[in-house]
Design a protein. Structure first.
Length: 415
């Protein structure tokens, strides 16, 4: 048997896979398998370095903190709305000016890009801005710096939980994002009435800081390629073997496979590690609730618009908005789960695109709404929105039928 020397390395208290280094006389035989020897992966299903094997309290603390971040960000979107008349009066801005709407909607536009550290600092500036123009700019920055809480929530859930356990965690995370716009105007209106509009922003400063501090202390990197790359870096240092690499690391051979796949149109099966009820669990299984959302959203828009047009009982518009909210949730959650399952290593990028569209819509539609309703009324205005949602209704059906085929084609580009 060939003579070998073996080295075992401990990383973060965890013993790594023994690395085998063939002696000189075995080099010719070892060359065939050198790539496999130097590729570092997690040590089986129970490797504590794998984010899915972290302790439950640590994984759930990440989910709760991301939910709180999303809550604070969404709270800041509309908490300021009741204080707008007071602000316009203080800053001598006409209520007919487009700036009166932009000061609210610009926050959503800012969430297209962002970082976490900025919101507390920017919101301090919001508390004392003397002009409406500077206030709008600071609102844009506040929304932008906090956008990471929307973008990274789904990918972090995908890193920490297997597919069959993501439903509850995704609901917990999305709950923070959904509750903020509901309670924001209530707290904002009361605080602005009692303490002035600047205290709405001081409240956001306090809440942002309260969430940011435990986030810095508790949250850690959960992206699997990065976790493995950190392991590789430590092994290179301890063993001296600079040929070690993560299984996710791209090299020239993989780039060649990528180009070949693009040119030849090769396909590969999308593999799921978890099974559901004895069968393969596919991302398309997340889509059926979207079919319900394609019905309830336009129904709610039509109900809200026409009962508001004819000034019917006050409860009817609430029912309409209830349908809209229900449809929004049955659309948002399955869509996020579908993206996380379809792009496990690139879910942050996929979700960032959807958040960009959501933020852009939230920023621009409020500017178009007053002219729309003034010209054609609530009934036909909401009908136009309902018809636009109906136009997209076939998309979930198309994904159910062709989604797997599309994923197989696109998966070839990741080889």
């Amino acid at each position: 048997m060939a003579e070998e020397k073996q080295l075992t390395t401990t990383i973060n208290g965890t013993e790594s896979r023994p690395m085998i280094f063939p002696l000189e006389k075995d080099k010719s035989k070892a060359n065939d398998n050198i790539d496999d020897i130097n590729v570092i992966d997690f040590e089986g299903e129970d490797d504590p370095l794998d984010p899915m094997n972290w302790k439950p309290w640590l994984r759930w603390s990440h989910i709760m903190l991301m939910s709180l971040m999303a809550f604070v960000l969404s709270l800041g979107d509309l908490a300021f709305a009741p204080a707008v008349p007071m602000l316009l009066s203080d800053l001598h801005v006409s209520t007919e000016s487009p700036l009166s709407t932009l000061v609210i909607s610009i926050y959503s536009l800012g969430t297209i890009a962002g970082n976490l550290l900025g919101p507390p600092i920017v919101r301090c500036g919001l508390c004392s801005q003397p002009t409406i123009q500077v206030l709008i700019a600071m609102r844009f920055l506040a929304g932008g710096f906090g956008a990471v809480s929307y973008t990274l929530g789904g990918p972090i859930i995908g890193d920490l939980f297997p597919a069959e356990k993501r439903g509850v965690t995704m609901a917990v995370f999305s709950g923070g994002q959904m509750i903020g716009p509901v309670v924001g105007p209530i707290f904002g209106g009361y605080l602005a009435q009692e303490q002035g509009w600047r205290w709405v922003f001081w409240l956001m400063v306090i809440l942002s800081g309260a969430v940011y501090i435990p986030s810095v202390l508790l949250m850690r990197e959960s992206y699997r390629p990065t976790v493995l790359q950190n392991k590789v870096r430590k092994l290179r240092k301890s063993t001296g073997n600079q040929q070690l690499k993560s299984k996710y690391e791209v090299d020239a051979k993989r780039i060649g496979l990528f180009i070949g796949a693009m040119l030849c149109g090769a396909t590969s099966d999308c593999r799921m590690e978890k099974a559901s009820k004895g069968g393969e669990q596919k991302p398309e299984y997340q889509l059926p609730p979207l079919l319900l959302g394609t019905i309830t959203v336009p129904l709610g828009l039509l109900l809200y618009g026409w009962v508001a047009q004819y000034h019917l009982h006050w409860a009817l518009p609430l029912i309409g908005t209830g349908f809209i909210g229900f449809g929004f949730m049955t659309t948002l959650l399955p869509s996020t789960n579908y993206l996380v399952d379809s792009f496990p290593l690139h879910s942050a990028s996929a979700i960032a695109v959807t958040e960009l569209l959501l933020a852009a819509s939230g920023a621009l539609f409020p500017l178009a709404a007053p002219p729309l309703y003034n010209h054609i009324g609530y009934g036909w205005g909401n009908s136009a929105l309902a018809f636009s949602t109906i136009a997209f209704a076939p998309l979930p059906w198309l994904l159910l039928k062709f989604g797997e085929r599309i994923r197989k084609r696109e998966n070839a580009t990741t080889l």
